[in-house]
Design a protein around this ligand. Sequence first.
Ligand SMILES: [Zn+2]
Length: 106
Amino acid sequence: MTKNIGFGIEAPKNECKDKKCPFHGELKVRGRSFEGTVISAKFTASPTIEWKRMNFVQKYERYEKARTRVKAHNPKCIDAAVGDKVLIMECRPISKTKNFVIVKKC
Ligand SMILES: [Zn+2]
């Protein structure tokens, strides 16, 4: 059974039996969302997502480039691979370093 997770995000076509899937499991998403790129999938269930941002440095009145890296849960029905652009959403802590789940390939 596929759940509607809200936020106008459509459910993937595949089904999965992952308990930590926001569409087919019990995981709820809330909080912040980011668009990023999958840069490492050594652990296929928890790939690393990176996105770039600009940080204003007041002393120099200029922007510096900064990047953010987080680990996100990769449900089987989405199955993002290295290089994919994905939309991630915040969820409850899944493990010590995982607080996000992939909800869409962009
Ligand atoms: Zn699923």
